[in-house]
Ligand binder design. Structure first.
Ligand code: ADP
Ligand code: MG
Length: 273
């Protein structure tokens, strides 16, 4: 357990980062500078939150990591080259499930796209559904599920291929607070167990402080990294952590840094006054 906690907090000492953003910029043809000079090292096993106001380039950063977009300048270096990227799971704010397909078949989809038959995939699918507490709902279709349950399906689908990296873009933003807490707990349990590297986008200070070992605070116009907070609290984290003075202090620090980032982001508009 101690070893797990050390690994969780420090990454592997001396090991090169899994992913390095080097002077990464992304400018859209509209002229919008979504990201400017982003330098960021993600270590294997990190749980990094990207925290920032809307428009600061969080989704753009995830899309670059996923290879869904290319930087305008600078580069993303994966340990071991492009092959080192490996499998990436992506969870969006909308669960994006196939509405006509059962829970089971929705989770099967990424395996199916690789040519894995339903029978071959069955054990992995059942295991993932158990991990997200959806055993018994295999045959349900999305419209029969609550928002939280749909998100659980989406997480199971993202993890069924056992990706090295899981990208999440405000996955719980549309859920009520109780459901969000529960999903935060379950996500941490999955992360501790499966040991993927998590990159989690949120605009919630509370959520980022609960989940991550690093909070990267971003500012907008142009999108950039404003600062970073290390979260030393050990895992597993539970309901007691949520009510601890340590957590309250962490939230205070993250809020202060986020307020600064928001002020910095709007600097151009009141720079002349
Ligand atoms: P966030 O996820 O932090 O809200 P985004 O990465 O979605 O921010 O967007 C950053 C900036 O880039 C915003 O100003 C947004 O309007 C702009 N943007 C995002 N995607 C595109 C696109 N495909 N074309 C043009 N502008 C875009
Ligand atoms: Mg976004």
């Amino acid at each position: 357990m101690l070893q797990k906690q050390i690994a969780r907090q420090g990454g592997v000492a001396g090991a090169p980062p899994l992913l390095l953003f080097r002077h990464v910029a992304k400018t859209f043809s509209s002229g919008v500078v979504a990201l400017r000079d982003v330098n960021l090292a993600v270590r294997e096993g990190d749980f990094v939150s990207l925290l920032g106001p809307s428009g600061c380039g969080k989704s753009t950063a995830l899309r670059l990591i996923a290879g869904l977009a290319m930087p305008t300048s600078g580069q993303l270096d994966w340990r071991g080259g492009d092959a080192g990227r490996g499998d990436i799971g992506f969870v969006f704010q909308e669960p994006t499930l196939l509405p006509w397909a059962s829970v089971f078949d929705n989770v099967w989809l990424p395996l199916r796209l690789r040519g894995v038959s339903r029978a071959q995939a069955e054990a992995s699918i059942r295991e993932m559904l158990e991990r997200v507490h959806l055993t018994g709902f295999e045959d349900a279709v999305p419209r029969e599920l609550s928002g939280g349950m749909k998100m659980r399906v989406s997480i199971a689908r993202a993890l069924v291929t056992r990706p090295k990296v899981l990208l999440m873009d405000e996955p719980f933003a549309a859920l009520d607070e109780i459901t969000r807490f529960k999903l935060n707990d379950d996500l941490l349990e999955l992360w501790l167990d499966q040991r993927f590297t998590a990159i989690f986008v949120t605009h919630s200070v509370f959520e980022s402080a609960f989940l991550s070992n690093r909070i990267v605070v971003m500012a907008a116009r142009p999108g950039r990294v404003h600062g970073e907070l290390a979260v030393e609290a050990p895992y597993p984290r539970d309901a007691a952590f949520r009510t601890s003075p340590e957590y309250a202090e962490l939230c205070r620090q993250a809020s202060a840094m986020l307020s600064q980032a928001i002020d910095a982001g709007s600097g151009e508009t009141h720079g002349d006054t």
